[in-house]
Ligand binder design. Structure first.
Ligand code: WAQ
Ligand code: MG
Length: 650
């Protein structure tokens, strides 16, 4: 202790400062933190504290208070961090009971009464200062409580640890060490007021820092601190003086930290929660919606009926009697799980039947099933292209194409969205032995259609291996997809597709030549290392393909709905255009998109807000997708509500 003190003095060319930050929104406290640092670290420290103030789960602050004060190095006292012991408990009451037991060991006669007093600490900014035996309170200001302050870990002086990350444990240990060393204190009990933090502690000079894994229910904002002491009124005042004035540095905090947290895990989870708060702050946090019914125009959410404009079940096949019966029958004949990957023991008759049907449907020599459209793109691109290849990829291609291209290690050349001049320029300026051209047939976020005739002629002119992803085109822009839509015989080398959208089932596929199919079967890792889809999925898709070929009525109804909906929106001055079932309504800002979408939700219409990173920042939109089964009344009603919601949030 003396050595360290001498050290500060010899370095007194550099002054020492306390830097404190407190952020609030009106009367609501949002966050607070403090540091003790050398003068040179002030800018960095201020930056970290400001970042922290603006990134708190409690909300964004209206005011941030910063206070920077010099500290007399001679007054600084140092204490070794309390030893830490962990108590894992299952329930909060078990945790509180642990505290009761420790208090009894300390000779406190009424632990339950003390714990009950936490009800009163809830609204306090500081701690309750309580006589351990008489339970008399000694805070001069009972609403505020007593605050321990002017303290930090000694490491922050000598190292520039990146400490912007909120670390409950480090800060609590520093505070607990100061409090435990205060004259007359016998223990401190702490429950966080943070709804997401249920770990708390009891600490004292004789008991150390006893970390208790659960002291309250997750989600509860109840918390507080109670300092227990023994002494008279005068002793209480000098105790308060010490807590509120004496500058303290705590040594060995990092060491304690490493003792209880495996280094990596802690850093990872800390950075995860930071990333999540930043997403929340930028209106980019996602969560799940639970639907209690089939994916149809009307769905049940929380037992409430909603109009759904966000399903890829374009033709309604996901809930079609004939198709469900085919799946039931397959379950009866083949069971549900397949028990193996396709190359080991997972191939059953319906897989083979479906593959040959898909080949016939797409007019290719063969087709290979994958577990999803995503798996198909990833598998096909990563196995066909290699580090010597170039992949020319549309700027708005789906994430699964991007991921597959990245996995292949090929050079990726991105050309402007649907811009055939730019594509040709890129082709001319990027020579390579093996070149691939890949595009969505219908772009998933904009709903526009690939300029296929020009695109395929460029591929053929320059000898590029061409891959089209037909996820949103098959059964939508025409029965068979993009080549039929443009009435051309020129086929790409591979057509990727999905069974999970218009076909109402689950899985993906690649329709291609026998040669490519055989190669994929031997090398596409997402194919090789996945358990085969249930036979029921194949049987359902097979039934859907048959229905689709027998009668294109659903496709025609879907197209009619698209035209009707676009003109209903157009009549209300929302200019939208689409020939696919995806109809984007631009709203630009992420916050506005969320507001409009939640207003619509409150009116019983589900249209999701699509935000970064799915679309570029500032290009947020509502993305309506239509089904053949929507009625004109439903479409007209939604168009009216959408237009009104857009007006309500300009
Ligand atoms: N001095 C006195 N009391 C304080 C102070 C302070 N500097 N700061 C907060 N309090 C009081 C106030 O009433 C709060 O409502 C309450 O304590 C809880 O504060 O090992 O996050 O900042 O992982 O919410 C415990 C860490 C974290 C356990 C505690 O406290 C662990 C925490 P919070
Ligand atoms: Mg808190």
């Amino acid at each position: 202790m003396f050595l360290l003190r001498a050290n500060f003095m010899s370095e007194n060319s550099e002054k020492i400062f306390a830097v404190k930050m407190r952020a609030n929104s009106g009367k609501k406290h949002i966050s607070g933190a403090e540091r003790i640092v050398f003068e040179g670290s002030i800018p960095q420290t201020v930056k970290e504290l400001l970042d922290r103030a603006s990134l708190h789960e409690n909300g964004s602050p209206e005011e941030i208070h910063l206070k920077i004060e010099t500290i007399n190095p001679k007054e600084i006292q140092t204490f070794q961090a309390l030893p830490v012991k962990e108590e894992k408990v299952k329930t909060a009451s078990e945790g509180l009971q642990k505290i009761g037991e420790i208090l009894e060991q300390l000779g406190v006669s009424s632990p339950e009464k003390i714990l009950e007093l936490f009800k009163e600490t809830y609204s306090m900014r500081g701690a309750m200062l309580l006589h351990a035996d008489t339970l008399v309170r000694f805070e001069p200001d009972k609403e505020r409580g007593v605050r321990a302050t002017y303290m930090d870990s000694s490491e922050s002086l000598t190292k520039t640890l990146p400490r912007s990350k909120k670390n409950h444990f480090i800060e609590a240990l520093v505070l607990a060490t100061k409090v435990a060393n205060a004259p007359g204190i016998i223990a401190e009990i702490c429950i966080s007021d943070d709804p997401g933090y249920v770990t708390g502690y009891i600490a004292g000079k004789n008991i150390g820092y006893v970390r208790i894994s659960k002291l309250k229910e997750f989600g509860s904002p109840l918390g507080g601190r109670i300092f227990l002491f023994r002494g008279n009124k005068e002793e209480a005042s000098s105790l308060i003086e010490f807590l509120e004035r004496a500058p303290i540095l705590v040594t060995q905090v990092e060491e304690r930290f490493r003792e209880i947290f495996p280094v990596l895990n802690t850093n990872v989870s800390e950075s995860l929660s930071e990333k999540l708060s930043s997403l929340r702050k930028n209106h980019l946090l996602r969560s799940l919606l639970t639907i209690e019914s089939p994916s149809m125009p009307k769905i049940l959410v929380n037992q409430k009926s909603l109009l759904l404009f966000s399903s890829n079940n374009y033709l309604g096949f996901a809930n079609e009697r004939e198709i469900k019966e085919a799946a039931h029958k397959a379950i009866d004949n083949y069971g549900f799980g397949t028990g193996g990957s396709r190359l080991t023991t997972g191939t059953q008759t319906p897989h083979i039947e479906l593959e040959s049907k898909l080949a016939q449907f797409k007019g290719t020599e063969g087709a290979l099933l994958f577990n999803s459209g995503y798996a198909a793109n990833v598998g096909v691109l990563s196995s066909l292209a290699d580090s010597e290849s170039i992949i020319f990829s549309d700027a708005l291609n789906h994430a699964s194409i991007i991921d597959g291209a990245r996995l292949s290690r090929a050079k990726i050349v991105v050309y402007k969205h649907n811009d055939m001049d730019d594509l040709e320029k890129m082709i001319l300026t990027h020579p390579a032995e093996k070149r691939f051209l890949v595009s969505d047939a219908v772009f998933s976020m904009d709903g526009d259609i690939l300029r296929y005739p020009k695109w395929i002629s460029l591929a053929q002119k320059y000898g590029l291996f061409s891959i089209v992803d037909e996820a949103h085109s098959t059964g939508v822009i025409s029965v068979h997809g993009i080549t039929e839509y443009f009435k051309t015989d020129k086929k790409p080398d591979v057509m990727i597709g999905t069974l999970s959208k218009a076909l109402g089932s689950e899985g993906g596929f690649a329709a291609t030549s026998s040669l490519v199919k055989e190669y994929l079967l031997n090398s596409a890792r997402s194919f090789i290392f996945s358990t085969a889809l249930p036979a029921a999925s194949s049987a359902a898709a097979l039934a859907a393909l048959r229905m689709l070929e027998q009668n294109d009525e659903r496709v025609r109804r879907l197209k009619k709905n698209i035209r009707f909906f676009c003109s209903a929106l157009g009549a209300r001055e929302l200019n939208v255009h689409s020939e696919s079932a995806i109809i984007p309504i631009e709203v630009k800002s992420e916050a506005r998109a969320l507001k409009i979408s939640s207003k619509l939700l409150s009116e019983g219409i589900f249209i999701p807000a699509i935000r970064y990173p799915t679309v570029p920042k500032g290009a947020a939109r509502l993305r309506a997708s239509l089904m053949a089964l929507h009625t004109e009344e439903e479409l007209a009603y939604a168009a009216e509500k959408i237009a009104k919601a857009c007006e309500a949030f300009p």
